[in-house]
Structures are given as C-alpha cells and as structure tokens.
Design a binder for this molecule. Structure first.
Ligand SMILES: [Fe+2]
Length: 195
C-alpha cells in the first residue's frame, strides 16, 4: 500500500536515509528524530481517515511499505480506553510516535519462560504525548499501549522493520505469569488519499 498525503514524499526520503544510516541504534535515532520533526513542523498532513477510530478495536492502517528496504509505516487510531495486551514484535525493531493525543506505554521485562508460559514484570510506564517517539529493539520488545483518555482519540505512527502480519500476545494467568497466544494482525482499510 502506498498512500499519498501532503509531506509524504519528504518523509519517505528521510525514512529511507534513516534505515541505511548504519547500525540499528543509529537507524532508531534517525527515525525517531524524523518523526518528531515531522509532527512538530506540521508539514505532514496524515489522511483524514487516520483520525477516525473504530468502535470495537484500535485501527491499523498501512500508509506505506518500502519496496526497496521492506519497512512498513502503519498509522494506528486508538479510541478512548482502547489498547493492547502485552505483545511482542515478532523479533523486529519498531519506532512508535504519537501523532495526536496521548498514549500510555508500559514496558515489560521478560524474566522467565516455561514452555508457553512467560513471566513478565513491568519495567517503566511512559505517558507519551503528541510529538514524542520511542523505539523497541528485540529482545526488549514487550509492551502494552493504551489510550487512557476517556474522551479523546489518539493517533500513532509506527515504522516496522518489515510488514508485521502476526505477533504473540500474552494473556494474564496468575501473578506475573502470562500465557503466549499467537495473533494474526489485521489491517483496516487504508486511506485512499488526503483531500
Ligand atoms: Fe507494539
């Protein structure tokens, strides 16, 4: 999918430069600053559809996939109270930015594993506001995301190393223990274009 919107071409050029920046840490740094600059400058206008939530789930809309580098740009729309269980990123790096509203991100540290049972402990809560960005590099890839607002939507833009079509989610068992479940990730209709 390749959706056109104002500021898109410059953004993609900056992403392309970032993913060829060298090591993963340099790529993460460059992607984070590209996203933060784009949000603060106001030069990029995401398609209107991205600001429309879905009543029963947070929406995932792919804005771009790089034919050359393989990375994927996905916009997510979080209605009030919508969020994720603890999940992984299928071993891929990811940069996540808050474009609009605010998100609560809880990082988890994997402490123990026994078959499909995993023990996680929370390792920090971030209240991420619009214009902020963070990155995940495996194996430190477990977290939850939630729009804690009871009235505002939140929009985030994620860049994944590759298209992520499935991941693992971790359902609470008891105490700090969770059971791994595979999850297929769906995309909502991609926006056709910005008006
Ligand atoms: Fe995530």
């Amino acid at each position: 999918m390749d959706t056109h919107f104002p500021g898109r071409d410059r953004l993609i050029r900056a992403f392309d430069a970032a993913v060829t920046a060298g090591d993963t840490a340099s790529t993460m740094r460059a992607l984070r600053s590209t996203l933060c600059d784009a949000i603060h400058s106001g030069d990029v206008r995401l398609p209107d559809e991205v600001f429309e939530g879905r009543p029963d789930h947070y929406a995932r809309r792919e804005l771009y996939r790089s034919p050359e580098h393989g990375y994927a740009v996905v916009a997510m729309t979080w209605g009030p109270g919508q969020g994720t269980p603890i999940h992984d990123h299928s071993g891929m790096w990811c940069v996540e930015s808050v474009w609009h509203g605010a998100l609560e991100v809880v990082q988890y540290e994997l402490c123990e594993q026994a078959g499909e049972r995993y023990r996680f402990v929370p390792a920090g809560v971030t209240q991420a506001g619009a214009g902020s960005a963070g990155s995940l590099i495996p194996p430190h890839e477990h977290h939850t995301i939630c729009n804690a607002s009871d009235h505002d939507i939140a929009v985030s833009v994620h860049i994944y190393q590759d298209r992520m079509t499935s991941c693992s989610v971790f359902e609470p068992e008891h105490g700090d223990w969770y059971v791994r479940q595979p999850r297929v990730l769906q995309l909502d209709d991609a926006p056709a274009a910005a008006h």
